[in-house]
Design a protein around this ligand. Structure first.
Ligand SMILES: Cc1cc2nc3c(=O)[nH]c(=O)nc-3n(C[C@H](O)[C@H](O)[C@H](O)COP(=O)(O)O)c2cc1C
Length: 325
């Protein structure tokens, strides 16, 4: 076999890894009934008529002999939430199928659930491919769901955000005398925030609540019985402060009540406060559903992921409201 001089294997791998792919799990069953499967991103389409697909298996994989002798195998295109499953099928030496519910397929090959698409195949050809064997399969049946797919790029899992066909005016050149651009992240975040919260602000005005009261009620709906200092620690990121006077207003509206616990004054939410908060949450969820439907599930997921990263990267170290006490 020829060795390609000048090919640094790591650099070669890294260059190949820039080719962004989905992630699949390929499964089959051994003669003795043992279920076998591996994570593979070498999957690709070959032909529409006849319907053919391919993937390649490392010659040092433990499952090589089983796949080489198998007549049928199933390809599962993993969905964005199946990263852990991908990790499990990429590791040797554990029962990869433990606890998994399987569907009935046209062959005995295991058929996993929760995927973006599945292809049930019969081996058509296999070829020697260097340190891999290339399997070409005829697709006998397939199905797909609306779940967004998991993506793999440069050794990392990712999720895809679609690039719309119609040109967004992102990156439009501003007039030379103006340093403000519509591509400025702060502008985009601010504008998205105001547009998304428009309906909520209208609800708040019918509830005779200002934004600070909204933040206070939101915090109390997640964590009740807080001192003023604890409350303030949770809303400090907004730049607003809950003062004793602002709490008096909420008390007068019968939305919160003050209770004394071991000599410490703590704010609790009243039934009316809970009701007001529930209406806000219901509206926020309806707005989110509407936006997610317009963006699509995958893009909504990508947007949330990037916002969480942005929040983490600009977090001045405030307490985490959602972590258990
Ligand atoms: C994202 C990803 C893609 C992979 N793609 C392939 C592939 O296409 N072919 C392959 O042989 N191994 C691939 N692997 C590695 C196998 O999943 C891994 O070696 C597995 O443990 C082999 O299983 P086995 O040795 O139990 O048969 C991939 C791993 C990951 C995480």
């Amino acid at each position: 076999m020829t060795t390609h001089k000048g090919f640094d294997p790591q650099a070669f791998r890294a260059a190949l890894g820039t080719f962004t792919t989905g992630v699949t799990i390929i499964t089959t069953r051994a003669q003795d009934g043992e279920a076998v499967g591996i994570t593979a991103n070498s999957f690709n389409s070959v032909s529409l008529d006849p319907p053919l697909v391919l993937w390649s298996l490392a010659k040092n994989a433990r499952s090589l002999s089983v796949f080489s002798g198998a007549r049928h195998w199933n390809v599962h295109v993993l969905s964005a939430g199946q990263e852990a499953l991908s990790g499990r099928f990429a590791r040797q030496g554990e029962d990869k199928f433990a606890g998994l519910e399987l569907d009935d397929g046209i062959s005995k090959a295991p058929l996993l659930q929760g995927c973006t698409a599945r292809f049930q195949c019969r081996t058509a050809f296999s070829y020697d491919g260097g340190d891999h064997i290339i399997f070409v399969g005829e697709v006998l049946a397939y199905d797909r769901s609306e779940l967004p797919p998991l993506v793999f790029q440069s050794g990392q899992y990712a999720i895809a955000a679609r690039k719309p066909r119609e040109e967004l005016r992102l990156g439009a050149t501003p007039p030379p005398e103006c340093s403000y651009t519509e591509d400025l992240l702060g502008y985009l975040l601010g504008r998205a925030h105001y547009q998304m919260l428009h309906a909520l602000r209208q609800l708040l005005s019918t509830q005779a609540l200002d934004e600070r009261s909204f933040f206070i009620l939101s915090v109390l709906s997640i964590r009740d019985r807080l001192t003023l200092d604890e409350l303030n620690a949770f809303i400090a990121y907004t730049g607003m402060l809950a003062s004793p006077e602002s709490m008096d207003v909420l008390e007068a509206q019968r939305l919160v009540a003050l209770e004394t616990d071991d000599g410490e004054a703590r704010y609790v939410m009243t039934a009316d406060g809970r009701e007001a908060s529930l209406r806000q949450i219901a509206l926020a969820k309806a707005v989110e559903e509407d936006v997610s439907a317009k963006l699509g599930a995958g893009d909504a997921m990508a947007l949330k992921l990037l916002l969480k990263r942005l929040i983490a990267s600009s977090d001045p170290g405030m307490p985490d409201l959602w972590s258990p006490r």
